[in-house]
Design a protein around this ligand. Sequence first.
Ligand SMILES: [Zn+2]
Length: 494
Amino acid sequence: MHWVDSTVKNQEGPQIVSTGISPSGPIHLGNLREIITGDLLFRGCRDKGLKSELIYLADDMDPLRKKYPFLSDEYEAQVGKPLRHIPAPDGKGLYSDYFLNPFIKSASELGIFPRIIKAGDLYRDGQMGEVIRIAIQNIDKIRNLIETISGRELEKEWFPYNPICSSCGRINSTSGYELKGDLVSYTCKCGHTGESNIFKEEGKLPWRIEWPAKWKVLGVTIEPFGKDHGTVGGSYDTGKAIAENIYGYPAPLPLMFERILLKGKGAMHSSTGNVIPASEILSFCPPEIVRFLMSRVPSTRHIEFDPGMGFLSLMDEYQRIVKDQKPEDSRIVELSSPFGLDKKEVIDYRHIATLVQIYDDPKKILSIIKSTGVETSLEEVSKTMQLARHWIVTYAPESFKFSILPKNQPVKISDEERAVISDFITWAQLPDTQWDATSIHNAIHSIIKEHGIEPADGFRIFYSILIGKERGPRLGFFLSAMDKGALLERLKFV
Ligand SMILES: [Zn+2]
């Protein structure tokens, strides 16, 4: 059984799977694990016949914690204000939307269409009013739960509601102290004193209470979260206790997921810039591969993503399991497909990444791909060419890059090496020669063997003549992709 299906196997009745994020910076590949894991669990419930929904909660009432390196100095003055009360870095619209909108677009490309809920709208529309009131009425019980479970002592003035200062706009510099009717009285470090209406967008619950409060308000039944929330005494543990003891609501089924590390660079953090933004990954990686990256291993295992050659190996692996159609892999393929298509073939990305370095013409490349027996369309080839070009320029190691040398460029080779080329030309011109990747590969192999040359040395002769490098793309594919007449002319010249 796939880990997604075994996670949800005991769920019964309608399901609401919730994920979310604080949209404080570029949403990156690591954050995609959260929404993709949520979508996988949603599909697991749906496929088991349960009425299910995926929701995505944008925590846009969270304060800007600091001026991140990607922000201009003017943002120093915005620190402490809710993200949805701050202007966007491009000056158009809200800060939180500026980071949220591209993410929603990336999610849709991945076949993920959650109901987007903005936390600020919940407060604005009064949906949080009652849970705030309950929290304040149970201040001692909640304090006790948090202190006992987290082992962390709360300040004496701690209050389970953070008002927004109506004078300076900050949410992290106020102290609420009393609820009268619907109004919480507060003081602010800026010197202002005032009142916040708990049924309006005038404050928010602290995270450890807000999380379980939202479970109740939204009816959440399943929630995946990063391991920083899942430590012993962490916010899931306190959230569960608050949900059950204060709100009388059963905590959702938890699923902890591990981080995604960038190969050689460690964990991704928006604040350090060590990230691949979600939109960036989709500019070189087909969406099914992003999903495959997450669905192929249990969420509790960390993933080390290598955008270089490791990425091509991942493509190869996906292509292999789709092609082999083993029953045990069929669920992974199904869950990886953004739109649930039953695709029998996967386009050979590695091959196209080679071909785009020789040709610019999608029709030419389509005919080459089709000649290898893969059924595909011009549209798909053009799309993959675009992805592959971006990958080559940005992530491909030097060893993968090449350009065809000018036709008449002299090359120094030995007589023995010239004899190999000569034999190859003879073979290529035989009337019954099959001009395909495998036949070419086999022919070269046997020719260099006859000359007593090591395979790697034999292949190098071809690479040095054609691209001036020691190594290059898989030789059979490479030569079969080139125009045969022009190739033989080039080889005859040496
Ligand atoms: Zn203030």
